[in-house]
Design a protein around this ligand. Sequence first.
Ligand code: 13P
Length: 232
Amino acid sequence: MRHKIVAGNWKMHKNAEETEDFLNELIDQLPDDLNAEIIVAPTFVNLASAADHVEFTPITVAAQNMHQAESGAYTGEISGAFLSKLGCKFVLIGHSERRQYHSESDEVVQAKVAAAWKHGLVPIICVGETLEELETQGQSAVPVAQTIAALSGHETLGEFVIAYEPVWAIGTGKVATPQEAEEVSKAIRKAITENFGAESGQSRILYGGSVKANNVAGFLASGEVDGVLVGG
Ligand code: 13P
């Protein structure tokens, strides 16, 4: 049985004080019988304090991005070595906002996944189709192709999580139905199993894109979708 994940990608929101306040509130509200892994991804500048803050709680911390190089002349970038040192367990890789605004190609995503593993981080690999791709190629083709590209070319695969986030659903209020998310998750899982083996095929696959309090239950109830990645 795959353990569910509820993850929050805070994007470029929440200053230091807001980060601390939110974490306090979250910690207070965690149920005693919590049966899911809770992950928060604050901004880089608040990562270290957030990691310290949740140290003795069931919450773990993710970075929103990382650079594929170990170190070097890459102004403004952060290496996986720094992230693992400060207590980060996960790192989002290939979020559609990175693909769109920072020209992150499948090759870059693949290199970042390798670098994440090298530093003991678990990549949460984000995949998803634009509205145009949905209309011309259907719902599964692009997320499946992006998943295969991210996982190809590695000698061995480490632990990873896939986050299926249709670009047309991110921050738009348009949400995929749990059935659609299930269909795409199934297609991604099938492709992973066929290309990389049964063990990798048991990796967790999340849904993200306009998940709210009033629709989250449908995704969490699914046997195919292993959790959610929530932004706004
Ligand atoms: P929204 O929940 O705001 O649609 O964002 C989803 C997302 O991008 C999570 O990574």
